[in-house]
Write a protein that binds this ligand. Structure first.
Ligand SMILES: *Cc1c(COP(=O)(O)O)cnc(C)c1O
Ligand SMILES: [Zn+2]
Length: 503
């Protein structure tokens, strides 16, 4: 839609004007630093940052009702820089001029209502928000669009050149980083560190295809993270892990979209999502708080984080009595929710800070963490996908978390749940295959239910090894007809089909 066609009162707001005054703020000592330099941790005390806009209060001068209209109308504008996460420009990165925005088609992912079979089975109305439908097939693209737009802004301003972007990854961060970095080549090159044999073949193929240097480290994600942290301290590299606070800003849009998807009515809603490095739950809480503070929404939804028993440090932290809480990293065990298989989440200080704030604003506990079994994660992924979804194993983890949250009375059936399926099913099809072929290594502790197993059937026809080159045309036709007849009969028998009644 052309600008002149928008209602008069909206026109001045379609193109963002708020420039903001964004800074890094240390969560421990409160020191603030300007954005001219890429910083990940406080130079003074070493703690992680969140990025704040010192002029955020100016956004409150616009009413919630007007913001809602601005976002809804912006969706109709054909301005690429405002099509992805930057539809919410003023909230995501007012510092970033639209011409520096890197947009590769991320965000505004579909919200799909579960079918009546699933809703009856769980006894609750719920939706799946499919973040697997992002360019690199996971939610990480939201954060990467934000981080690379900022880097692009620095490049365009001449503040940096020849950037080497690095990250450690359970598979999806590296896929996303490599994709977004390759868009900015030759100014940006990327290198990714992966735990050897602990990402799926699809995830490994992604950074390779996008031209990143890929390093496999014998160990788990937490080991890779220590190496890139050391590298970012000692060398001139741009760290793209969620330690980088720009990632969090981009991922906040998941909350903004949920609000918009539900016409900004967040009463009686519960958002359920997996926790790995805890960047996503940080962003989701932060996003809802910002929309609440500016009156865009007038209630904060319940947030339920989910962890597997095989990688549960955040669950353990919140399970202990609030006065005795002390964060203790865990050693992870193999998990089908492999992208969340993290024992020492870097965003834990952010989670502790924001969960407390979220509960305080909500006037009572509104952030919960539940734990689920590997078996439940796997089964719920398979069940979801047998009912029209494209959930990854972490999406299965969310669904399993919804079930546990209901059992514990955390979510009840007068609420509407929104399940985060964080990546596309195809990235994790190897786990499905291991289930279908009963081939899980014993450490996963997975047992099999035959009604959830599926396998292809090879249709046997006549021996096809003959040398057909000397066949006449008529012989070929004859054989082709036999082939069709035999195949059709074999499939019909397998499916128990009855022949059509002849009229
Ligand atoms: C990264 C990732 C997670 C975990 O998100 P965090 O922000 O690390 O907590 C969950 N699911 C998928 C598919 C991921 O790629
Ligand atoms: Zn500090």
């Amino acid at each position: 839609m052309e600008l002149e066609e928008f209602p008069k009162e909206i026109r001045p707001y379609i193109f963002p004007k708020h420039k903001g005054n964004q800074i890094y703020r240390c969560l421990a000592c409160g020191r603030e630093y300007g954005l001219e330099k890429l910083l990940y941790t406080c130079p003074s005390c070493g703690q992680v940052f969140l990025i704040y806009d010192r002029d955020f209060d100016q956004l409150k001068k616009i009413s919630g009702a007007l913001w809602r209209k601005i976002f809804d109308y912006r969706k109709m504008a054909s301005i690429p820089a405002l099509k992805g996460i930057y539809l919410y420009h003023e909230f995501v990165g007012p510092t970033i001029p639209p011409d520096a925005v890197v947009y590769l088609g991320e965000a505004h992912t579909p919200l799909i209502e579960a079918n009546s079979f699933l809703q009856k089975k769980l006894g609750i109305r719920f939706f799946v928000k499919n973040d697997g439908q992002n360019p690199s097939a996971s939610f990480k693209d939201r954060g990467m669009a934000s981080a690379l737009s900022y880097i692009n802004y620095l490049i365009k301003g001449g503040a940096v050149s020849d950037i080497l972007a690095v990250c450690a990854s359970t598979g999806d961060t590296s896929a996303s980083a490599a994709l977004y970095a390759s868009y900015l080549q030759p100014h940006v090159k990327s290198a990714v560190l992966l735990p050897y044999k602990k990402v799926t073949p699809q995830q490994l193929s992604q950074p390779l295809g996008n031209g990143a240097k890929v390093f496999e480290i014998p160990g788990v994600f937490d080991d890779c993270m220590k190496v890139v942290e050391a590298m970012s301290e000692r060398y001139n590299v741009a760290l793209l892990n969620s330690k980088n606070a720009w990632r969090i800003l981009g991922q906040e849009t998941y909350s903004y979209e949920i609000a918009q998807d539900f016409e900004y009515d967040m009463v009686n809603k519960a958002v359920v999502l997996p926790i790995g490095n805890a960047g996503n739950i940080t962003a989701v809480m932060s996003g809802f708080i910002k929309f609440y503070e500016t009156g865009v929404i007038d209630a904060l939804p319940k947030i339920v984080g989910v962890q597997s028993q095989h990688a549960n440090p955040v669950f353990r932290y919140y399970a202990s009595e609030s006065k005795r809480r002390e964060f203790i990293p865990v050693t992870v065990k193999p998990s089908v929710a492999q992208a969340a298989m993290i024992g020492n989440p870097v965003s834990m200080p952010r989670v502790i800070y924001l969960a407390e704030l979220y509960n305080q604003i909500s006037g009572g506990q509104n952030v919960f963490v539940v734990e689920v079994t590997e078996q439940a994660i796997m089964e719920w992924e398979l069940i979801a996908n047998r009912n029209g979804h494209i959930a990854c194993t972490q999406g299965g983890e969310s669904l399993a978390g919804l079930v546990v949250a209901q059992e514990h009375g955390i979510i009840n059936n007068n609420e509407i749940a929104i399940i985060d399926s964080t990546a596309h099913a195809l990235k994790f099809s190897g786990f499905q295959e291991m289930y279908f072929e009963r081939k899980f290594p014993s450490e996963f502790g997975i047992s099999y239910k035959s009604d959830l197993i599926n396998a292809p059937v090879l249709v046997e026809t006549e021996n096809t090894d003959n040398n057909f080159i000397s066949e006449t045309f008529a012989q070929q036709e004859d054989r082709s007809q036999r082939f069709i007849d035999i195949s059709a009969r074999a499939i019909a028998n397998a499916l128990n089909l009855k022949p059509k009644e002849l009229l």
